[in-house]
Design a protein around this ligand. Structure first.
Ligand code: FAD
Length: 500
């Protein structure tokens, strides 16, 4: 059956991202898109750190970056600083962008390791512009100042989730999406096909549709409550199941650093997401090892300023829906599944979910081929990200709490065990099946968490040491020059995208 009416259930980040992206299908076609949301229920109210493909999402929608960042009081993000993960007192940055560049057809970390063994003791971080800029609190969109000897700086954003949703709402409504306020009380299914045919709102309005996008958050109103799709749980690998969120001001008036901070505690970790007007903070933890009061006390004791709201306590179950697209319903955002925000991947999964949906969905009518492809690709994407997150918990020497003892000793997916062993032995990382995280990402986290390379690509041994040293000197010099000439992140924001 052709799709003439799309109903989006939910107006959080997922709902409004879906509305904004799908509104583009309305061009040259009679297609009604309605979004239902309930102010009384509200949104999850967190989810403020993104990764670089999100910049492309906004570009695809032809959103003006300056306008969007000003409206959402956003800042730039060059990576994530992980503290206390491999061991108490450790710290490293997982940067966006690569270390150095390919030399002799090898990823840079092989060359770096070869030179380390030859006595060059420079840390790999000095060969990554994003890391160096982050350490010095600098930022520039390098289109404006890029030297040709370096690849462009990779960046993402920190955004105020509430303000970003308002911004997207304006965008989507401006393109013909109709918003309906109210609480959905009933979901109607077709007796024969089992498809969803409509929803009933608490004011009695009946909203019928041909295709539904479930963005109703953890409750999964259509995908789970109505269609009973089922959920695959991953808490044995990612045991955290609660979070407490608490924004704060920056007491000392300091500028926002251009990176997210993820600081491990005794039964989880704390995020700090710096925006222009405040920091977003939260403590993700496992309730088998820590109480809500203890988690809140630890969070409050580690804030950079005074709280600006009451603590918001959240529960979650890590895992994914057994099908992301079931019958005529596609689930996005928290309705589709949940992995903790350690690598800021949730909003990214909304983005890629929409990109895939738009690529495979035929408005002449969905078919099994479209559904199965979407489900298979999305499952793989979730599993690859899952393995990367498990790495952070498992590759640790921490033995100061029961929680870390569990994580260190737990069995992990075979795919991850193999990946860690191969890296340790040869430094090799194979990026399989279009996975999100690059070789630099895997190498940064493995090395940052204490997995040392014992060997490297055998071809590195064929490099000329003096010539390679000269190349490394050049890369380091270029990066230092670039970072030295970048403005401070706070100054850049004040000029580029101040609050309206
Ligand atoms: P929600 O925000 O919960 O929205 C659900 C919507 O459905 C609301 O509008 C609600 O009103 C509506 N609704 C529900 N039931 C009904 C009903 N019966 N009738 C009508 N309307 C209804 N992601 C990142 O990428 N980066 C991060 O840093 C990050 N941090 C996070 C930290 C935590 C602790 C958590 C829990 C999540 C985090 N996420 C992060 C994930 C991110 O918050 C979500 O992916 C994103 O906000 C999308 O949420 P959503 O729109 O799916 O759900």
């Amino acid at each position: 059956m052709a799709i003439d009416r799309i109903v989006i259930v939910g107006g959080g980040t997922a709902g409004w991202m879906a509305a904004a992206a799908l509104s583009r299908l309305k061009k040259n076609r009679e297609l009604s898109i309605t979004l239902v949301e309930s102010e009384a229920i509200g949104t999850v109210g967190v989810g403020e750190a993104t990764i670089p493909p999100f910049v492309d999402f906004n570009q695809l929608l032809e959103i003006d970056e300056r306008e969007m960042l000003a409206a959402s009081q956003g800042s730039f993000k060059l990576g994530i600083q992980f503290a206390n993960w491999g061991a108490l007192g450790d710290s490293y940055i997982h940067p966006f962008g690569n270390y150095g560049y390919e030399l002799g057809n090898m990823s840079f970390h092989h060359v770096w390791h070869f030179m380390q063994q030859a006595g060059d003791n420079r840390p790999i971080q000095v060969f990554n512009a994003e890391t160096m800029a982050a350490y010095f609190g600098k930022f520039a969109r390098t289109q404006e100042m890029q030297r040709e000897d370096l690849p462009p700086i990779n960046y993402a954003y920190h955004l105020d989730a509430g303000r970003y949703a308002v911004f997207l709402r304006r965008y989507a409504e401006g393109r013909g999406v109709v918003r309906k306020e109210g609480r959905i009380e009933d979901v109607k299914l077709d007796g024969e096909s089992g498809d969803v045919t409509g929803v009933t709102i608490d004011d009695g309005t009946q909203l019928d549709g041909d295709f539904f996008v479930d963005c109703s958050g953890f409750r999964g109103l259509l995908i789970e409550q109505a269609l009973q799709t089922g959920y695959e749980e991953w808490t044995h690998w990612l045991p955290c199941n609660r979070a407490v969120a608490l924004p704060c001001n920056r007491d000392d008036g300091s500028p926002p650093p251009p990176f997210t901070k993820a600081t491990a505690h005794s039964a989880g970790w704390q995020w700090q997401v710096p925006l222009q007007h405040r920091n977003g903070n939260g403590h993700v933890y496992c309730d088998a090892y820590m109480s809500a009061d203890e988690a809140t006390d630890i969070l409050v004791a580690n804030l950079a300023g005074k709280p600006t709201a009451d603590p918001n306590h959240l529960r979650f179950v890590t895992g994914r829906r057994k099908k992301f697209w079931n019958r005529n319903v596609v689930a996005l955002g928290l309705a589709a599944g949940f992995m903790e925000p350690l690598e800021s991947t949730s909003i990214h999964l909304i983005n890629t979910g929409l990109t895939k949906l738009i690529a495979v969905l035929s408005l002449d009518g969905p078919t099994d081929a479209q559904r199965d492809t979407f489900n298979r690709l999305t499952r793989k994407e979730y599993e690859k990200i899952r393995d990367f997150l498990i790495l952070h918990y498992h590759a640790t020497r921490r033995d100061d709490s029961e929680f870390w003892n569990y994580c260190r000793n737990m069995s992990v997916p075979d795919s991850l065990t193999e990946k860690m062993a191969l890296f340790r032995e040869t430094g090799q990382i194979f990026r399989e099946e279009d996975e999100l995280f690059t070789e630099t990402s895997w190498a940064a986290v493995m090395m940052g968490q204490g997995i040392s390379m014992q060997g490297h690509n055998a071809m590195a041994e064929t490099l000329d040491k003096a010539a390679t040293k000269a190349e490394l000197d050049e890369i380091e010099k270029s990066i230092r020059f670039l970072v030295q000439h970048m403005p401070a992140h706070g100054d850049f924001l004040a000029k580029y995208c101040p609050a309206p």
